[in-house]
Design a binder for this molecule. Sequence first.
Ligand code: M6R
Length: 607
Amino acid sequence: MCGIVAYTGDQPAKGILIEGLKRLEYRGYDSSGIFIANGAPYLARAVGKVAELEHQVWNSAPEGVAGIAHTRWATHGKPSVLNAHPHGDCTGKLFLVHNGIIENYLLLKKRLLEAGHQFKSETDTEVLTHLVEAHYAGDLQAAVQKALLQVQGTFGIAVMHISQPHTVVVARRGSPIILGIGEKASLAASDASALAQHTDQVVFLEDNEMASLTPGKFSITTLDNRSVSRGTTNLDWNIESMDCGSFPHYMLKEIFEQPESVENALRGRVNHSEAVAKLGGLESVQERLLNARHLIIVSCGTSYYAGLYGRYVFETLTDLTVETELASEFRYRKLNLRQGTVVLAISQSGETADTLAALREAKRKGALVLGLVNVVGSTIARETHAGIYSHAGIEVGVASTKSFTSQLTILTLMALLIGRSRDLSYEEGHEIIRALELVPDQIREILKQAGKIRDLAEKYCHSDHFFFVGRKFQYPIALEGALKLKEIAYIHSEGYAAGEMKHGPIALIDPKFPTLALALEDGSYERVVSNMQEIRAREGKIIAITTEGNTKLGNLVDDVVYIPRTHEAVAPLLTVVPLQLFAYYCGVLLGRDVDKPRNLAKSVTVE
Ligand code: M6R
């Protein structure tokens, strides 16, 4: 959730670290801090956005060439200068930044207090700093190693001591650390996006490993002191995609990138002559996959809603039995996985702690575990047996938008691959492919209605509550539309299967409680319309998303947005776009920070 960046090289560190923090700010943003080790040691911390820290740093930081920095999403202790990282030890010579949670910090703190250490913050991180200090006898790496052997919990850390001013020691367990190695500089970060401007040569640290970085060099050992030999990996960055360009916010830019991101998800993955999908990442497990009987999809948040869509698309195109589970629940269930069970973990970031724990549990129980992940080289991508990258490009806005439509695209391709090896006909397969290939242009058409959707947002953004309803393929989209409005505009909103309204929620309907209904002319149309009539009869306002050319809704609705006609299974890739725009414009009109909504973080690496 928080972001770490570290640098040791031949350039002034402060600009590089602040720039890195800005790239990471989407992960956590309630306070930040920086330590520069060489020259005159320097520490600065600030509450609020990185811009607050930047202001201090430009006015006061020295030109030292090595340092560590952090942007925080509070877990232990409120956002404050004292709780912000880096945390220093009693001597004022050792500094540490940390992502994760030290579970036994109270016990460790008690012992350290008894030994005379003095604490300034409420954080578990400061405990770790003093623990390293307690073991320090002139060798920072050895001290970090000894300290970490006493720690229970998760960590990604970077540590410096002023007596070794060009050395940064990093370590990880359950929270990512990636090294970036240039000719005359070495970097480390919790997210590869902070490295991109400096190098394309990266090294992924594994759990229970640590590394010592000096300019242009690195060495890795395990926490129990075995040396590890690992080369660098070349990462193909697209630095442009990390900037907002002419868009006022990343979220809007990412919504508008969806025609291209869906194209990228499809690129090279369709075999027209056989009407089947080609998914290179699954080739090594193809036989087991094609013989599977049972699929369990695990994920969180928006990726969970993609998984719910997955259930419908797999059930429609294959004969698999499919369950979709919240990873946070799945990981603690008593699992009795049948033979031939495949578990598919879906995650944009590839670092979500609950999803990672769920896939580890499934692996332990013998399932074939697959990943559908956006961030290349992320932990989930590396820990699954095989998988597919969604290739949506870097998604900076905290709200998932383009990664969601890419996930839906790939789930459809996976279902097509399995379906065509069973009873899905060539014609049916071909119809799905044709529909998918039309999606990028159809999204372009929908995006042309952004102005109209902004007007709708203006009309409805002062509502205190909202329902989103849909059936079958549109039910997960109703849930996703409600989540987007909650997280971006802070409007209370609930997604429901339209048929559920009469079982309770309809009691809330009155003229001030609007409903957004997904009412496409598909197999569920008549049933959704009758649910809308029930809402209308209670004087509820209705905005409908319906199929282009449908003129039958008349007075049943207050407002309508049209989307191009398509295959029922592919329509969610279109209907979600106006809902993303609606949430975005409501957020902007209400003055919300749409790219960094309060209390949230892009990548949730704590349980
Ligand atoms: O990186 P992941 O896809 O695993 O993240 C899962 C959720 O934390 C994420 O989708 C979250 O719900 C987003 N803020 C939704 O916009």
